[in-house]
Design a protein around this ligand. Structure first.
Ligand SMILES: NC(=O)c1ncn([C@@H]2O[C@H](COP(=O)(O)O)[C@@H](O)[C@H]2O)c1NC=O
Length: 497
């Protein structure tokens, strides 16, 4: 290796790399700002403009876009040597580039004229050239790879696998970069781009999909998808789905709270003065379904919670943190997976359908709150309505949630008819000796008839929260007034299909 070209926006670690190159007498070519950084540190460097005989121009729009650079990156050693020599093209053996920060700057609401200057042209062009010629050129786009490069140049050079791996990573980077620019330009003056380019890295095979005869993989570097469990068996496809459901609800609840999920639906949700109290209450809502469930908590898990969790069978426990004592106790359940509750909420929700995808965005606005009945809900009922409304948002439609101020009491979810959900919740709760007396109900969509209200009121519910908007709203409100039920309309529907 005789020559390297360094041209980086992010100068992190570049001096260490350049020093290692210089120590091995590898000549360094560099663009304006990078060359200055190296020169200021006393590292010998040749400006690209000196090598090409062309100045950097157009405010940096043209720096490295020259056949002497691209020929040096693309020329096949052994095949193109004569032509390279004839045109004074020197082979470039290592290319180190990172790009103008378009992704970051595109979040800053810059005028398009300003933002467009962050579209890097020369960098991706060189990366693509070097990647194509990976047999002869090592291409480095990530400062975290510098130590590996330093080791290679200081030792036996790059292996074929290393060059190929670097090229794959480099082209993945340019694909993401172009995707970000394309998404931005395709979504100007609209909410969603006309063409959507997505990239998910870190693909790992799963043991199987929803069922053992199905092959599956997971992709992602952040949130749940990016995590390696702190302990336990490998996460399964269904675990990921259930954890996603549990986390989406748990994040919205005041802390401490516990959400227990089975097959993508909450089967017990509770608030408590302590994390343990909330867990015990949530588990008691439906202890049968809680067996083999996914449990999400939104405050630290200590010894007491760990002991309780270990007294039953939990597939996955997810919480913001675990005390050392709790971790030690939970080692007893070596198969149970432990994950950390991610704080960041994903911006858009994406689901696949036959031939395409669906994308939706939930605004972070406050729910409406209109009391439409003669009787206003009491403070106790208001607290219960708030909890039930949060839970119903995360249950499969049609959903009817019965709750008191601190816990769900009955959950009727995923039924084709709303009134069935109302009935099922009562039947299930009765199995565990629970009554709906004094509960409130939340309905994810408007009540089309008064029947659901009648079922709930007969079971003992005293207040209802729902979006409203039915042509028979007046009928439902009249029935509520007759039964003494307080009714709140939110104006926002929470279907979940
Ligand atoms: N125009 C060019 O020929 C060109 N060649 C390299 N770049 C980029 O310029 C940056 C480095 O610039 P500097 O060394 O001047 O700080 C890198 O992010 C590199 O990707 C260029 N800039 C934009 O396209």
């Amino acid at each position: 290796m005789t020559r390297a070209l360094l041209s980086v926006w992010d100068k992190t670690g570049i001096l260490d790399l350049a020093k290692a190159l210089a120590a091995k007498n590898i000549g360094i070519l560099s663009s304006g700002g990078t060359a200055k950084t190296l020169r200021d540190a006393g590292i010998p460097v040749t400006d690209v403009s000196e090598y090409t005989g062309f100045p950097e121009m157009m405010d940096g729009r043209v720096k490295t876009l020259h056949p002497k650079v691209h020929g040096g990156l693309l020329g096949r050693r052994g095949t193109d040597d004569d032509i390279m020599k004839a045109h004074g093209i020197e082979g470039i053996d290592i290319l180190c580039v990172n790009l103008y920060p378009f992704e970051e700057m595109s979040q800053k609401n810059l005028p398009l004229d300003e933002l467009i200057e962050f579209v890097d042209i020369g960098g991706p062009a060189m990366i693509r050239a070097a990647s194509k010629n990976f047999k002869d050129v090592a291409v480095v786009v990530d400062p975290s790879d510098y130590p590996m490069v330093i080791e290679a140049v200081s030792g036996k050079g790059f292996t074929h696998e290393q060059r190929l791996g670097l090229a794959a990573k480099a082209l993945t980077r340019t694909a993401a970069y172009d995707g970000a620019i394309s998404n931005y330009l395709n979504s100007l003056n609209r909410d969603f781009p006309t063409t959507l380019t997505l990239q998910f890295a870190n693909g790992r095979p799963l043991r199987y999909g929803e069922n053992p005869h199905q092959k599956a993989a997971v992709y992602g570097t952040s949130g749940i998808a990016g995590q390696i469990a702190l302990q336990g068996k490998e996460m399964s496809y269904n675990n990921y789905l259930d954890v996603h459901a549990a986390v989406s609800l748990c994040r919205e609840l005041p802390s401490p709270a516990t959400v227990i999920v089975k097959h993508n639906n909450p089967c017990g949700v509770a608030l408590g003065t302590t994390q343990l109290a909330s867990y015990l209450k949530a588990r008691d809502v439906d202890p049968v379904s809680a067996y083999g469930s996914v449990v999400a908590m939104n405050s630290q898990v200590g010894k007491d919670v760990a002991e309780e969790i270990c007294s039953t069978f939990v597939e996955v426990l997810i919480a913001p943190s675990f005390t050392d004592e709790a971790r030690e106790i939970m080692k007893r359940k070596e198969n149970m997976r432990l994950l950390l509750l991610p704080s960041e909420v994903p911006a858009d929700e994406v689901r696949t359908i036959d031939g395409g995808i669906l994308v939706q965005r939930t605004p972070a606005h406050e729910e409406g709150w209109d009391v439409v009945s003669k009787r206003a809900p009491t403070a106790e009922e208001v607290a219960a309505l708030k909890l039930a409304w949060k839970v119903v948002k995360h249950a499969k439609s049609n959903a009817i949630i019965y709750a008191n101020a601190t816990e769900t009491v009955g959950l009727g979810v995923g039924q084709m008819s709303r009134v069935d959900s109302a009935k099922l919740a009562v039947i299930k709760a009765a199995e565990f000796g629970r009554t709906m007396k004094g509960t409130v109900i939340a309905s994810d969509a408007f009540l089309p008839f008064a029947d659901t209200l009648e079922v709930a009121a007969a079971a003992g519910a005293t207040a209802l929260i729902q979006p409203g908007g039915s042509i028979r709203d007046a009928e439902v409100i009249a029935k509520a007034d007759e039964l003494g039920v307080a009714v709140v309309f939110t104006g926002t529907r929470h279907f979940r299909h």
